[in-house]
Every structure is written in C-alpha cells, then in structure tokens.
Design a protein around this ligand. Structure first.
Ligand SMILES: *[C@@H]1O[C@H](CO)[C@@H](O)[C@H](O)[C@H]1NC(C)=O
Ligand SMILES: *[C@@H]1O[C@H](CO)[C@@H](O)[C@H](O)[C@H]1NC(C)=O
Ligand SMILES: *[C@@H]1O[C@H](CO)[C@@H](O)[C@H](O)[C@H]1NC(C)=O
Ligand SMILES: *[C@@H]1O[C@H](CO)[C@@H](O)[C@H](O)[C@H]1NC(C)=O
Length: 167
C-alpha cells in the first residue's frame, strides 16, 4: 500500500490501540532532549531490536529527527506514539538526503513499511514536519510551486494488514 502524506508539514493522525499482541520485546525510545542531538539513531535501533514481534514506545516528549530513515520489514509490531517526532529545519540536508520513492519529483524523509503493524496515537501522537519553516523558505525562492526535492514527511510503503489509529 502506498499512502503518501503531505509535505514535511504533517501532522498526524494520532492513532489508536488495536488488540494487543504478544510482544517478545519492548523498546522505549529515549529522546536526547534538544535538536542538537539527532534522535534518529536511537529510533532506528529500537526498530531493529523490537521491529519484529515487538513493541516500540515513543514517550510523551519531542523526538528530534535530523536524518532520513527507511524503516521497512516490520512484522507484527505495535508502535505507540504519545509524543511528537519533529523534523529538523536543515533544508539543504533534506533536499540532498530524502529518499526517492518514485513519486513525482517528491522524495520522502521517512519510510514505514511492513506487515501487521499497528500505529497507536493516543490522541497525541504527532509527526511534525516543520512545515512552516519550509513554507517560509519556499516563499523566498524563485520557484515556488512543487519545489523539486522537497520531501514528504512520511511515506507508508509496502505496509500491509496494518492500522494507523488516532486514539
Ligand atoms: C533547532 O531549534 C531552534 C529553535 O527552535 C531553531 O531555530 C533551529 O532552526 C532548529 N535547528 C534544527 C536543525 O532543526
Ligand atoms: C528501504 O528499505 C527496503 C528494505 O530494505 C528496501 O527494499 C527499499 O528499497 C528501501 N527504500 C529506499 C528508498 O531506500
Ligand atoms: C521549478 O519547478 C518545476 C516543477 O517541479 C521543475 O520542473 C523545475 O525544474 C523547477 N525549476 C527550477 C529552476 O528549479
Ligand atoms: C516496495 O516493494 C517493492 C517490491 O518489493 C520494492 O521494489 C519497492 O522499492 C518498495 N518500496 C519502498 C518505498 O521501499
């Protein structure tokens, strides 16, 4: 399934708990606490350790996402998001490093894919692409429409038998 969401400014649909499954592992991700610390390595590690038959927990805090992440091959996992993932304002980085997913001229900053994935938002889970920062920047460029290389915040790619729920 392909469901691309808007530009880096995404909000998100907070997500709801679905029937809990047996978890063989559980990973609670710690935020570094400032945007000087890139939380992407900790996030990727959690998905490596708990992305199959596990549970991934984002606490009620802000996670600073300074790097593109391809999180695929998930299998039977709950992703519980009670906080915010905030993308960095480093536009040159994103223009250079966002991932091409074959959609127009628009790459993506985050890929989530796999089977039997439940993303639960508890009415709080947020993906904040720092869109206003981009809109301001774009408004200062000669080419204002559909700026080449401006990424989508999130692409759900090859995600099957899965739910993304707000509460
Ligand atoms: C970090 O946060 C400050 C204060 O909000 C902001 O001005 C700056 O652009 C941010 N830097 C990155 C890389 O996100
Ligand atoms: C993301 O990772 C998956 C699984 O390793 C791979 O098949 C896919 O090509 C990757 N996508 C990108 C854009 O790097
Ligand atoms: C302006 O945007 C259009 C549409 O994405 C693109 O085809 C064109 O190459 C861009 N021009 C410049 C100078 O970036
Ligand atoms: C989705 O799966 C197809 C087939 O395995 C693969 O070619 C494609 O790169 C995947 N898409 C992404 C964005 O990972």
């Amino acid at each position: 399934m392909w469901s691309t969401l808007v530009i880096l400014s995404l909000l998100i649909a907070p997500l709801s708990p679905v029937a809990a499954k047996d978890h063989q592992s559980s990973c609670v991700i710690k935020s570094g606490g400032t945007n000087v610390t890139d939380d992407s390595p900790a996030i990727l590690k959690a998905f490596r350790d708990c992305g199959q038959n596990g549970r991934i927990v984002f606490e009620p805090t802000t996670y600073y996402v300074n790097s593109a992440m391809n999180i695929s091959c998930l299998d039977n996992v709950d992703i519980n998001i009670r906080g915010t993932l905030l993308w960095s304002t480093d536009i040159p980085y994103w223009l250079k490093n966002s991932m091409n997913v074959g959609y127009q001229n628009q790459p993506t900053a985050l890929i989530i894919g796999g089977n039997n994935v439940r993303i639960n938002g508890y009415e709080k889970g947020t993906f904040d692409g720092n869109g206003n920062y981009w809109y301001q920047w774009i408004s200062e460029q000669p080419n204002k429409s559909n700026y080449p290389g401006r990424p989508h915040g999130v692409t759900f790619a090859n995600l099957t038998n899965s739910v993304i729920r707000p509460s």
